[in-house]
Structures are given as C-alpha cells and as structure tokens.
Design a protein around this ligand. Sequence first.
Ligand code: HEC
Ligand code: HEC
Length: 378
Amino acid sequence: MVNPPASKSEHPEYGPFAIDAGRQRVMRTSTGGFRPTEDAHIRDSALCGTCHTLKTRALGPGGKDIGSLPEQMPYPEWLHSDYPNRSSCQSCHMPEIHGQVPITAVLGVPREGAHQHTFVAANFFMLRMLNSYRKDLSVSALPTEMTAASEKAVAFLQSQSARVSISSVELVSERLQVQVLVENLSGHKMPTAYPSRRAWLHVVVRDAHDHAVFESGALHADGSIEGNDNDADPAQFEPHYREITAADQVQIYESVLKDGDGHVTTGLLSAVGYLKDNRLLPTGFKKETAEPDIAVVGDAAEDPNFTDAGSLVRYSVSTGNAQGPFHVEVELWYQPIGFRWAHNLGPYKAEEPQRFVGYYDSMGSATAVLLARADAKQ
Ligand code: HEC
Ligand code: HEC
C-alpha cells in the first residue's frame, strides 16, 4: 500500500537504510518535505505483491460485469512455493551490489548490501522493438543503452529461468523413446505474470547421416511455432502433452485465456479464466493445494509427471528405415509476446495496432530466445 502523506511538508519516503538527521534535513529542504525513512517493508516480497497481483474485470454485452481473470499472480505463486524460505523477489530481480557504494550523489555514505534497481526480467523483445523503431517511437535512450538492457534480460532468462535435460533415450523396435525433463529455476511459475509469454520445447532427432527424422516445435521466421494449433487458428490451442508422437504436436508451457462463452481469447477485458495453464511450477508448489487463482488448468493438472520437480515429457518417434546412432537435440525457447497475441490485433483498423503487428512481423525470429538445451546419442 502507498500511504498518502500526513501533510505536504511531512512525506516519508522509504528505504532499507537508516539516514541521519542532517541528511534527512538536506533532503526535506531541497524537495519540500520528503523525509528519507528507514523501513524494513522495502525488503519484503509482499511489497512487490501489492502491485504484481493483478485481476482484470471482464465486461459482457451492455457493459455487464461477467467475471474476472487472475491476470498476473507472481506473488501468490511465490507464496505457494518454497521460495519464501529461500529467496525474496528482490534477491532475483534487484541484484545485490557486492562491496560498498554510496547510494546518493549528495553526501552519500558508502553502504554495504545495496541492491540495483534494475528489475531485470523477461521482456527483451519490447526493448528490441523500441530500439529497432527508435525514430518512429521517439526513443531517446541511446541504441547502446537499449541493446545493453535487452541483453541483460536475455542473460537473466538464460541463466535463471529454466533447465532442460534428457533423462533417458531408448531404441525399442524402430521407435526412439526420449524422456525430457524441464525444470523451473525461477521463484514463481515460468513464464509468470503477463499471459502473452510462452516457453516451448523444440526437439530434433537426426540419423547417422545427420538427416532429421523427426522435428517438433520449430520457430518459424514469422514468430509462430510449427504445429501449434493456436498460431494457425485463433479458435484452437495446443493441449498439454504427456507424450509426443507426431511432428504436429508441440509442448508449450503457457496460459490460454477463455472468454465468457468458453472460447479462446487474448482479450484481457473479455477473459474470465483459463482453458490451459501448464506453466512450469516453482519448487515447493503443490498443484493439488493451489488456490483457484494460481491453479494448473487442463491435462497438466492430472499429469503425474507435471509437478514442482519439473515437467517430464516423453517423445516417441518412429525411426523407420533410418540408420542410427540417433542424435537427439532438445531446446527450450521463450517468447515474451506469442504470435497469436500480436496477430489478434491485426483486424483492428487503427494506426497503433497496425504498426505494432507490422513491427512484430518484421522482427520475426528476434521475438524469441533459446533458454536452455541438451543433447544425447543413441
Ligand atoms: C507501485 C507498483 C509496483 C511495485 C510496488 C512494484 N512494481 Fe514491478 N512493475 C510495476 C509496473 C507498473 C511494471 C511495468 C512497467 C512497464 O514495463 O510498463 C513493473 C515491472 C516489473 C518487472 C518487469 C520488467 C520487465 O522486464 O518487463 C519486474 C521484474 C518487476 N516489476 C519486479 C518488481 C519487484 C521485484 C518488486 C518489489 C521489489 C516490484 N516490481 C514492485 C509496478 C510495481
Ligand atoms: C529465484 C529467482 C526469482 C524469484 C525469487 C522471483 N523471480 Fe520473478 N522472475 C524470475 C525469472 C527467472 C523470470 C523470467 C522467467 C519467468 O517468467 O519466470 C521472472 C519473471 C518475473 C516477472 C515477469 C516479467 C516479464 O517481463 O514477463 C515478474 C512480474 C516477476 N518475475 C515478479 C516477481 C515477484 C513479484 C517476485 C516475488 C513474489 C518474484 N518475481 C520472485 C526470477 C525470480
């Protein structure tokens, strides 16, 4: 909560450090009443939860209230995991500065344990877009600054979000059976928060001559994913899979919204719930006891191999006459704005959505990044 000031000349501003009376006076006189005040709540994850817990209201015909959507729930997800005993939001999103630094330009005393206000996270794509269309969008930050910020987000994602491994590979009567394990390293669901985010598996099996005998989940140059029903048709979506046996099936970790009639939508103001939510669970998160707002939705809810320890997916691939040894490559990809989220804006004949979809299309494969990979031979 943000409290209103007691009076115009008495406006506390909170930080984690004790500020002596002299420095408080300098701030108050030069800002007209802001008083630097030490308070522990600034280090508390609940502080982040006050804003990063967002429900949207859906309006039906005649502006009637038809329900609400738990649109961003990183804090409740975190609370339901074992992270409250391990790491705060701040510890991941506001990296600690090692060593002493002064935190104010005027009369700053060196402090131990200050944290950077970077709020680094996932949306490298909007930063790339702002940079690519900097004139059009009147971006005043320098290209090098924008590139550094998007690279920071990519580095954060690649080092802290998830891990993939191949648990087993077996060749059983001309079928290659591969078990892939995907583990979430973040402190909430992965992807979390804004529902346009998605992560998915790209799996390729090659024979002894390096020919692909199977492929699932390739990223197309337009930002869509091969085999994803939702990218091909806005009314459809890809279910959660326990086992993948065909190239037109792809494992996507995502949330799919439904409107009041139960149809797939990307409209936040018409969404009243989820048709699918198989986003990866953080450790300690028991799906059986999760509140409705943070529930797993769809077949992942019943899948015994989809837990807080990870998502174990089986690929069962026909190798036919192809000759082994077979080489399996598994990649986990991440896209902040899924193809459908951008393209559903296409029919709006206003300048802004038209420009946005045009930018999206022009950026194609720069909409996504590789998070993690693993490979094996059999
Ligand atoms: C007063 C409300 C408020 C509070 C408190 C708050 N945030 Fe945010 N945060 C926002 C808003 C609004 C945005 C979106 C800004 C934008 O990109 O337009 C945001 C964006 C972010 C992002 C995304 C940045 C990106 O790359 O897209 C992260 C991560 C984040 N906040 C983490 C935190 C953490 C951790 C805390 C607690 C220390 C916190 N926030 C506290 C309002 C808040
Ligand atoms: C263990 C590290 C860790 C902790 C703890 C953590 N996060 Fe995150 N957070 C991540 C990573 C990694 C991502 C990017 C991948 C994802 O979506 O999970 C992320 C993504 C986000 C995003 C989405 C930003 C975007 O651009 O889509 C928000 C918002 C966010 N976190 C807020 C929070 C809040 C609020 C808390 C505390 C309740 C928190 N995080 C705790 C690591 C962490």
